[in-house]
Design a protein around this ligand. Sequence first.
Ligand code: AMP
Length: 215
Amino acid sequence: MTDIILFGPPGAGKGTQAKILVKRLGIPQISTGDMMRAERKSGSELGKKFESFMTQGLLVPDELVLELFAQRLQKDDAQSGAIFDGFPRTVAQAEALDATLAKLDRKVDHVIALEVPVEPVIERITGRRVCLSCGHTYHMRYSPPPPSGKCVECGATDIVQRADDTEEKVRTRNSAYHENTFPILAHYEPGGAVSRVDGIGSVEEITERVMNALG
Ligand code: AMP
């Protein structure tokens, strides 16, 4: 049983590394951001509640996030561990995660903190494109989508730039990270779960660092 938080500012590479870890470790990625985008795409009432926060680059209120998260953790594939990506984002969410896992006789085993300074993050995020169907990400310079426009992972033609991936929104999201999310590290540090990983380098190099940190 392994529960891992992939931690770091927007654009640190959490989603990219999470997808690789899914294949290597056989446990699912739980990305609250992806789940919220899917909810919005479905046109549900819950999705509508997320919209204004997300388009402004602000955090969605904890109670809405926790509802979504609790439903996801109950699914069969998440019974032997998960990779949390973009969750928790506040200390209250971290406490709720700890309590939920404790009821299942689980705990946060690793917090992998990907460290990337703000300027590379802006370049990564403004060049980012994402498949709305499967969440696979591209970068216009480093890994552009194929000319056909079909996603290499799932074949859908929904590859778009996220509305919150502009420089202005990235700066807002980065402030939210420093103000609300960064303190989570201090919450997990006393338990010895935190590993800091240099998030600058090739995707493969960073995966190796993450795997080393996971032991
Ligand atoms: P992400 O895809 O992780 O970059 O998340 C995109 C946006 O979704 C964030 O800027 C927030 O508006 C919202 N969001 C995703 N996860 C959370 C969370 N755990 N808590 C609050 N807001 C979130």
